[in-house]
Unconditional design. Structure first.
Length: 235
């Protein structure tokens, strides 16, 4: 009796699955670190084209999940100068996230307001604008009467994102590539990698319009992304 093509393939596939499962199980028993997240610290000095570094300091970790469920772990503050311009950059290593950057921004602005003891009556209304750059990704621009901001998530692979839908779409495309199956099975990578490097840039307007400040922030952001994308934390 002639076997069908599917029947002929079943045994090799079953053997392959058993072999792979056994290999992964054996490796996990030998190496207890398999699948665990490695510790990470931000670089103290990160070069930024046409800017001079003037200050850097470690931010306190925020171990408690926010309302989105994200955990904002280790972070670092960087400050740069270019002529009379000052650029502040806060970076956070975020895990277990859905990539909702606007929620991170709201929490950060609330924290800044509390630290500066700003009266609720004097709260500044934010102007919001979305941005996109090919080969980099999505980001969000904001401004009030004093400062301009740019924020986004640098993802483990693919484009940068600032919304939950963008983050999930990016995962659907880049996390499910065939080449990632074996690293995921071996615990070297997470199949659905729910991490990002949240970037929060800002600079004083100092008489400039928000649009003028946005151009400066965007140029800095593209260089910043170019450095961090290949230096994303390893698992």
């Amino acid at each position: 009796m002639k076997l069908s093509s599917w029947t002929q393939l079943r045994l090799p596939l079953l053997a392959f699955n058993l072999l792979t499962t056994g290999f992964v199980l054996g490796k996990s028993l030998i190496d207890p670190q398999v699948g665990q997240m490695a510790s990470f610290e931000f670089e103290e000095n990160v070069p930024l084209s046409q800017w001079q570094s003037v200050e850097t300091k470690r931010l306190k970790p925020l171990p408690e999940p926010d309302t989105e469920g994200s955990i904002l772990k280790v972070g670092r503050f960087y400050q740069y100068r270019q002529d009379d311009r000052v650029l502040d950059v806060k970076m956070r290593y975020v895990v277990r996230t859905r990539g909702e950057v606007q929620k991170f921004i709201q929490d950060q602005l609330k924290k800044d307001k509390e630290e500066s003891n700003t009266d609720k009556k004097n709260e500044k209304k934010l102007q919001v604008k979305e941005g996109y750059e090919p080969d980099v990704g999505h980001y969000i621009l904001l401004s009030d009467t004093d400062r301009a901001y740019l924020s986004s998530c640098i993802n483990p692979r693919g484009e940068t994102t600032f919304s939950q839908d963008q983050y999930k779409h990016n995962q659907d495309i880049y996390d499910t590539e065939f080449s990632r199956i074996f690293p995921a099975l071996l615990g070297r990578e997470k199949w659905r990698d729910d991490r990002c490097l949240w970037t929060y840039m800002s600079m004083p307007l100092n008489g400039s319009t928000p649009e003028e400040a946005y151009k400066v922030l965007e140029a800095a952001w593209w260089d910043w992304h170019e450095w961090w994308q290949p230096n994303f934390p390893k698992l």
